[in-house]
Design a protein. Structure first.
Lengths: 279, 252
C-alpha cells in the first residue's frame, strides 16, 4: 500500500527537516511521479529512474547542487512543492499558463509530442502519423487534419490521464463528440485500452513508446498526427516555487550548458531512442 | 483560505454528488438483499451452511475494499475468457464493477451485523412462537427478522455511513464521484483546502440525512416499548387507579 505510506513518510520528513529552503549547502529535493516511463519510473528497489532523473542529476552537477529525487503522486505534486516538501518538480511536466499562475518554470528541457493511440481491432480508416499539428499556429491545413481526426474518433471512448494537458485538449477540442475517461496513472489507462474498456488514449509519444513496444501494446497503434502547442505549451520544464529566483537561474544556466555540449541529447537518445529535446 | 471559492466550487461538485448518492444507495440496497438470506443461513443450525457463509464474510471483511475493487475491475479485464464471455458487457462498465465490489463488501459486513441481531433475539420469544404452532417460515417473518433487525439497526446505520465514505474509492476506476470530482478541481485550481472542505460539507450533509432517517426508523420500530413505558409511569398509574375506584363505586 505505497499509496498511503508515501504521503506519510513525506509528512514525517517535512516534520523532521522542517521547510527545506532552496539554496547553498542544502540538499535540493526534487519531486517526480515515478509512473510515466521513460520520463520517470521506479526500479525494482524503489529508486526513481528515467529521463527526468538523468537530466536532473546532470543539471545539478553543472549547477554544483546536491540533489535527491523522491516520488510524489501527480495530482498533489504542485501543492507539495508550494508547501515546501520539495524544492523542484521534474516529472515530464509541460509548461502551461495555468500552472504558471501558481509555480514558476525553468526554460524547457524537452519538447512535447502528443499522439492518439487506438485499438487496432477498431478498424478505423487509415490516418498517417507523420503529420504534425501545431495548435498554436491555426493554419488552414492543420485545422483540416484536426477535423479529420475528430470525425474518425466520433462516438469513441477516449482515455486520458486526469489533470493533464491531454485531458484539457481532449475536452476542449473533442469534448462534444467523444466520451472521456480519466485515469490516475498511465499504466491503468493502458490496461483498460488492452481490455477494450476504452477505444483510444491520448498521451505523449515517449509514454506510448514503452507501451507499444510491450507485449500488451501489440493490440494498439499510433493514430493520426503529432499534436503540440496550444494547451500543451512550449515544452517540459522544471517546476519551481515562484520566490526561488536564484535556483531558477542556476537551473536555466545548467540547461543551456548541457544543451550546448550535447549531453542533453545523449540522455534523450538513451531513454526515448529519439531526440525529443532539439527544436 | 478563500470562503468565496468554497461557495463557487459547491455547484461544480453536484454531478459527483449524484453519482456518490447513486452508488451508495444501490450498494446498500444490493448489500441488504445479499445479507438477509445469508444471515439466516449463517445462524442456521447446519454447520456446513454456516461455515460456507463465514468463508464469504471472512474474505470480504478481511481484505481491503480497494483491493477487491481492483481485482474486479483490472483483474477481470486481464483474463481473455472473461473478456470473451457475456459477463464482459457488465464488467466492461466501471459503474457495474464498483457496484459489484461495493455490494459484495457491504453484504458481507451486513450479514455479520444481522447475524448478531438474530442471535440476540430472546429465545423465549422464539419458543413462544413455536408453542403457538408457527411454522419456521412464519417464525422468521414475524419474530426473528423484525426483532433481529431492530436489535441490529444501530450497527447497521453505522455500516451505511461507512459505505457512503467507502464509495469514494470508485474514483480510482475512472468514476468521477464526489471525491474524484473534488480531486479534479484541485488539480485545476491548486487549492486543496477550499475544494476538499466543500466536498467534506457535502459528505456531512449526506451523513446527517442517513443518521436522521435511521434515527426515525429506530424510534418507529421501538414503538411498542414506548407504549409499555407510558403505562408504567406514575401518572398513568394514578389515572388507572382512579378509573378502577370509579368503576368500583359504580358497581357498588
Amino acid at each position: 500500500m505505497n499509496r498511503f505510506k508515501l504521503p506519510l513518510s513525506f509528512l514525517l520528513a517535512a516534520l523532521i527537516f522542517g521547510q527545506a529552503r532552496a539554496g547553498d549547502g542544502k540538499t535540493i529535493r526534487i519531486a517526480t511521479e515515478g509512473a510515466s516511463p521513460p520520463w520517470n519510473s521506479v526500479d525494482t528497489s524503489g529508486k526513481p529512474v528515467g529521463f527526468d532523473i538523468d537530466v536532473g542529476m546532470a543539471l545539478c552537477e553543472r549547477a554544483k547542487l546536491t540533489c535527491e529525487f523522491a516520488t510524489q503522486a501527480w495530482d498533489g505534486i504542485i501543492p507539495a512543492l508550494n508547501v515546501g516538501k520539495f524544492d523542484a518538480i521534474m516529472a515530464g511536466m509541460s509548461i502551461t499558463e495555468k500552472r504558471q499562475q501558481v509555480i514558476a518554470f525553468s526554460k524547457p528541457y524537452a519538447l512535447t509530442s502528443n499522439y492518439f493511440v487506438v485499438r487496432k481491432s477498431l478498424g478505423l480508416a487509415e490516418m498517417a502519423s507523420h503529420l504534425k499539428v501545431n495548435l498554436s499556429s491555426q493554419a488552414e491545413e492543420e485545422r483540416g487534419i484536426l477535423q479529420g481526426l475528430k470525425d474518425a474518433l466520433k462516438g469513441k471512448i477516449i482515455g486520458v490521464q486526469g489533470s493533464t494537458n491531454a485531458e484539457a485538449f481532449v475536452r476542449g477540442y473533442f469534448g462534444d463528440t467523444v466520451e472521456i475517461r480519466t485515469y490516475d496513472k498511465q499504466d491503468n489507462l493502458n490496461l483498460d485500452l488492452v481490455a477494450g474498456r476504452i477505444d483510444a488514449g491520448l498521451a505523449d509519444y515517449s509514454v506510448w513508446k514503452a507501451f507499444l513496444e510491450s507485449k500488451d501494446g501489440a493490440v494498439a497503434a499510433l493514430y493520426g498526427p503529432r499534436i503540440s502547442g496550444g494547451p500543451f505549451g512550449p515544452g517540459v520544464g522544471i517546476g519551481l516555487r515562484k520566490q526561488d529566483k536564484d535556483l531558477a537561474e542556476r537551473f536555466n544556466g545548467a540547461i543551456e550548458a548541457i544543451e550546448a555540449d550535447g549531453s542533453l541529447k545523449a540522455i534523450s537518445l538513451k531513454w526515448f531512442g529519439a531526440d525529443l529535446v532539439s527544436n | 483560505m478563500n470562503l468565496h471559492l468554497i461557495v463557487e466550487v459547491l455547484p461544480r461538485l453536484l454531478e459527483g454528488m449524484f453519482l456518490t448518492a447513486k452508488l451508495t444507495a444501490a450498494s446498500v440496497a444490493f448489500g441488504l438483499l445479499i445479507a438477509v438470506p445469508l444471515a439466516l443461513l449463517r445462524t442456521s443450525p447446519s454447520s456446513v451452511l454456516s461455515y460456507t457463509i463465514f468463508l464469504y464474510t471472512f474474505v470480504f471483511r478481511g481484505t481491503p475494499l480497494l483491493v477487491q475493487l481492483f481485482l474486479i475491475y483490472y483483474g477481470a479485464g486481464q483474463l481473455e475468457w472473461i473478456r470473451s464471455s457475456a459477463a464482459w458487457s457488465i464488467l466492461r462498465d466501471p459503474f457495474w464493477c464498483a457496484l459489484i465490489a461495493f455490494s459484495l463488501n457491504n453484504g458481507a459486513y451486513t450479514t455479520e451485523i444481522l447475524r448478531g441481531g438474530i442471535r440476540a433475539v430472546p429465545s423465549g420469544e422464539i419458543e413462544a412462537a413455536k408453542a403457538l404452532g408457527m411454522s419456521y417460515a412464519l417464525r422468521i417473518r414475524r419474530i426473528v427478522l423484525p426483532a433481529g433487525f431492530r436489535l441490529a439497526l444501530p450497527a447497521y446505520a453505522n455500516e451505511v455511513v461507512l459505505m457512503l465514505k467507502a464509495s469514494s474509492l470508485a474514483s480510482t476506476i475512472t468514476l468521477m464521484e464526489l471525491t474524484g470530482t473534488a480531486r479534479k478541481i484541485v488539480a485545476q485550481t491548486f487549492s486543496p483546502y477550499e475544494v476538499f472542505i466543500s466536498a467534506a460539507l457535502i459528505y456531512l450533509g449526506f451523513t446527517f440525512l442517513i443518521v436522521h432517517v435511521f434515527g426515525r426508523l429506530e424510534r418507529h420500530m421501538a414503538k411498542h416499548q414506548q407504549r409499555a413505558k407510558l403505562k408504567n409511569n406514575s401518572r398513568s398509574h394514578r389515572r388507572a387507579a382512579a378509573k378502577i375506584s370509579a368503576s368500583q363505586k359504580v358497581a357498588s
